[in-house]
Ligand binder design. Structure first.
Ligand SMILES: Nc1ncnc2c1ncn2[C@@H]1O[C@H](COP(=O)(O)OP(=O)(O)OP(=O)(O)O)[C@@H](O)[C@H]1O
Ligand SMILES: [Mg+2]
Length: 325
């Protein structure tokens, strides 16, 4: 039985349809990722699943509890790391966690051990008596993950867990997140708009304008692109091209003195081509399709494009300001 079940979920805010008829299921013990640009409807979906928001229509359930009718059952089954940090900065790391343990009715006899265990898990045990306001962004995020685990939830929601972190803190946090399903027996539901982060998910749903436009494993999604692209420079492109066509039935094209072709499996096709062409080959490179290619194919835009167009708008406003002054 799936641990999260969503059927025909819709959420409207006035005339904005933030979540537009989405349905999906999440298997227990997996990492499920919602990948989409700003405003796609990721946080709104999480808020509905976490019982913080009522949907306009449709149903959702977690661990068999209906998100509308059995809110307290759902709340006991979930932990959440919000997009914006919600720690108490004037308390120590340890106090933040103990406070949370009280809220969730963790038995007194187990409280200290559980807090110590999760602090060790996120590598913050040595800093447990420091005030949170002295923590770096990455440490705060790790502490929030620890807090989300104290009451031993079956599902942990992570909304943009690495937003605003530097690359090193991001990869550091990912190390902990990927260990969660196995070590804490928890299912992860995460959102992100970083492609590389979505790669760790067992299943990804790509969401845009409130709709799920594709869903599958990262590999399945990338396969929809139709294979890998192999680039090759040779001593004699015309001959190489006709040999590749006659022996492998692959149509190579030429751009800036380089041959390129799509192969269903680039890693097996490259050695065969090299064996055949021998000394004619000067260099080879393989380009695997990325999730961004998938998003581009489905929507005609890249996930970051909106950020870029945002920058253009900012630059244009600056120029207009300078003209006026
Ligand atoms: N409380 C609200 N009232 C009105 N509109 C809202 C509200 N919450 C969200 N929206 C709108 O719903 C849409 C989806 O927002 P949501 O926060 O779910 O996006 P998101 O995918 O989480 O984006 P981000 O990547 O920026 O966090 C947006 O157009 C947003 O402006
Ligand atoms: Mg959001």
């Amino acid at each position: 039985m799936p641990i999260i079940k969503v059927e025909k979920l819709v959420k409207r805010f006035g005339n904005i349809t933030a979540v537009d008829d989405i349905s999906f299921e999440v298997e227990e013990g997996t990492i499920f990722g919602f990948l989409g640009p700003n405003g796609a409807g990721k946080t709104t979906t999480i808020n509905i699943l976490c019982t913080l928001l009522a949907p306009s229509s449709g149903r959702a359930s977690i661990a068999g509890h209906d998100c509308m009718e059995e809110a307290s059952g759902v709340r006991r089954a979930i932990g959440i790391v919000f997009q914006d940090t919600t720690l108490d900065k004037d308390l120590t790391a340890y106090e933040n966690l103990i406070f949370h343990a009280y809220l969730y009715d963790v038995p007194r006899s187990e409280m200290k051990k559980r807090v110590a265990d999760v602090l060790r898990f996120v590598d913050l045990y040595d800093r447990k008596d420091d005030l949170v306001k002295k923590f770096s962004g990455g440490m705060k995020r790790r502490l929030e993950v620890a807090r989300g685990l104290i009451h031993q939830p079956r599902v942990l929601f992570l909304d943009e867990p690495t937003l605003g972190l530097d690359p090193q803190s991001r990869s550091n946090l990912w190390e902990f997140i990927t260990k969660l399903p196995e070590m804490h027996n928890v299912t992860i539901f995460m959102t992100t708009h970083y492609m590389e982060e979505a790669e760790v998910c067992n299943t990804i749903a790509i969401i845009d304008n409130g709709k799920i436009i594709a869903m599958g494993t990262p590999d399945e999604l990338k396969k929809t692109i139709g294979g890998d692209v192999v680039y090759m420079t040779t001593t004699d492109n015309a001959t190489a091209k006709s040999e590749i066509k006659s022996l492998f039935n692959i149509d190579a094209s030429e751009k800036q003195n380089e041959l390129y072709m799509t192969c269903s499996r680039g890693d097996t096709c490259i050695p065969e081509i090299i064996r055949t062409l021998g000394d004619k080959v000067i260099s080879v490179r393989l380009q695997r399709p990325t999730l961004n290619d998938v998003f581009l194919k489905l929507t005609g835009k890249t996930i970051r494009q909106e950020d870029v167009s945002g920058e253009d708008t900012i630059r244009e406003s600056i120029r207009a300001y300078r003209r006026r002054h």
